[in-house]
Ligand binder design. Structure first.
Ligand SMILES: [Zn+2]
Length: 444
């Protein structure tokens, strides 16, 4: 064991030394108008220099890179440079398979499918996703190591739920659960874990943290896609939620919960949860509470087609439409109480819908201006990511164009504030896609 550790250390040192001799890559974007992720207007013509994975300089004056023959110069021609998009509610592992495939298909196959989807996600301009549940640790590692092209992933690991809660996909014939008995398929693959006491919850939370979770996701109330989970139900007790919050906070990070109803949201906040996913069935007192406590609302504008994943006449389909009907009210409350609102899509079980990820962002312009919408999917979502504190897998600023921020950048052929629909057709309108200083697409 010692020898192996020593050998690894030698290899590591060697790799480091090899890297040290290579100067970091330089990319200069000339003559671009900048949307910085915060200000709802474009700058005048600007030049932006990226060194390595960082934005080094932003200047109205020309930036000299003489003597550096390896520097790449991109003539922006007055196009818009903006931060890479961030989806705050994504499931890297659950986009393409059907619910049945997830439970029965080979795990290697599911991972390869998720890898292909991750590449497509990046090519839609989404350079970061906050993964809200699923076995994404291996995919994240493969992307970070450059094996697969994909977005940065902020993984939650397995969704933690209760018996019969949202995320419990077991069949009734798998009951009763015997404590200590073999785990169900969904648990073995790390998609979701069932925990029915504070002690069990602590174990499951710590297991996700040990594997590299940047935040912890629990389902505090009923959900649409789960077979045994009515929407009105509150799942965890306050003590159970608090056990998760304590375990996460001991690791310097936070808990976010899936919750639609006032009761499930309020109980989660009482237990110390810092972010609410969805919130589509909230009421005014709950919105006030979210505002007073400075809690994040991570919400979505679900398209009706999302219900197509569920059979006609099914309970899941009916639940989907009940949730969709709450969107207008929730967005109005979010605006009225100036809630810290993050944008996400939560696309599940549909590659076809995933291809419309940008369109689901544009849908937010039903409630927000195009500038507000773009700022939400960049600068604001970047603030939410920073909540992972010491567990942030990508320290550095994301979602903004400013000196010192990480270089995740999109060059848009046009002005996305004047015409946000440009985001709906990334193949045509995103002419350069850069993540971590590396160019993944350049059709100029
Ligand atoms: Zn979700």
């Amino acid at each position: 064991m010692f020898c192996r550790t020593f050998a690894l250390a030698v290899v590591f040192c060697f790799v480091q030394a090899a890297h040290a001799t290579e100067p970091p890559a330089l990319t200069l974007f000339e003559n671009v108008r900048v949307f910085d992720g915060k200000t709802e207007a474009l700058s005048a013509s600007t030049n932006v220099l990226v060194r390595g994975n960082t934005i080094e300089k932003i200047s109205k004056d020309p930036i000299a890179i003489d003597g550096n023959s390896s520097a790449k110069v991109i003539a922006g021609g007055g196009r818009t440079l903006m931060p890479g998009l961030i989806d705050a509610h994504w499931h890297t592992m659950l986009v393409r398979p059907t619910p049945t495939a997830l439970l029965v298909d080979d795990v290697g196959y599911l991972n390869l499918m998720a890898g292909a989807e991750a590449t497509d996600t990046l090519m839609r301009g989404f350079t970061t996703v906050r993964d809200m549940g699923g076995p994404s640790f291996g995919l994240k590692r493969a992307i970070d190591e450059g094996i697969v092209a994909g977005p940065r992933i902020y993984p939650s690991g397995a969704i933690i739920t209760v018996t019969g809660g949202h995320g419990d996909f077991r069949h009734p014939n798998e009951l009763p659960r015997v404590l200590g008995a073999p785990l169900s398929r969904q648990e073995l693959m790390g998609a979701s874990m069932i925990a029915d006491s504070p002690n069990e919850i602590r174990v499951r939370v710590r297991e996700q943290l040990m594997q590299g979770a940047s935040q912890i996701k629990l389902t505090a109330g009923g959900g649409v896609a789960s077979p045994h989970s009515p929407l009105d139900v509150s799942t965890f007790t306050e003590a159970e939620l608090r056990a998760a919050v304590e375990a996460a906070e001991n690791w310097g990070t936070y808990v976010t919960v899936h919750a639609y109803t006032p009761v499930s949201i309020q109980r989660a906040i009482a237990a110390g949860v810092k972010c609410i996913e969805h919130g589509h069935l909230m009421d005014e007192p709950t919105a006030k509470l979210i505002a007073e406590r400075g809690i994040w609302l991570s919400t979505q504008a679900f398209p009706d087609e999302m219900a197509d994943a569920f059979p006609e006449g099914s309970q899941e389909r009916a639940k989907a439409f009940e949730v969709f009907a709450g969107t207008d009210k929730t967005m109005a409350l979010a605006k009225k109480y100036k809630l810290k609102t993050a944008f996400g899509t939560d696309i599940l079980f549909s590659q076809r819908l995933a291809q419309r990820q940008g369109e689901l962002l544009v849908k937010f312009t039903r409630w927000y201006t195009p500038g507000e919408t773009l700022a939400m999917a960049t600068g604001t979502n970047g603030e939410l990511l920073a909540m992972s504190g010491e567990r942030n897998p990508y320290p550095g600023k994301l979602g903004v164009i400013e000196q010192g921020a990480l270089a995740d950048l999109l060059l848009v052929d046009g002005d996305p504030i004047a015409d946000i629909k440009l985001i709906e057709d990334p193949a045509k309108n995103l002419v350069v896609i850069m993540k971590d200083g590396k160019i993944y697409k350049n059709i100029l």
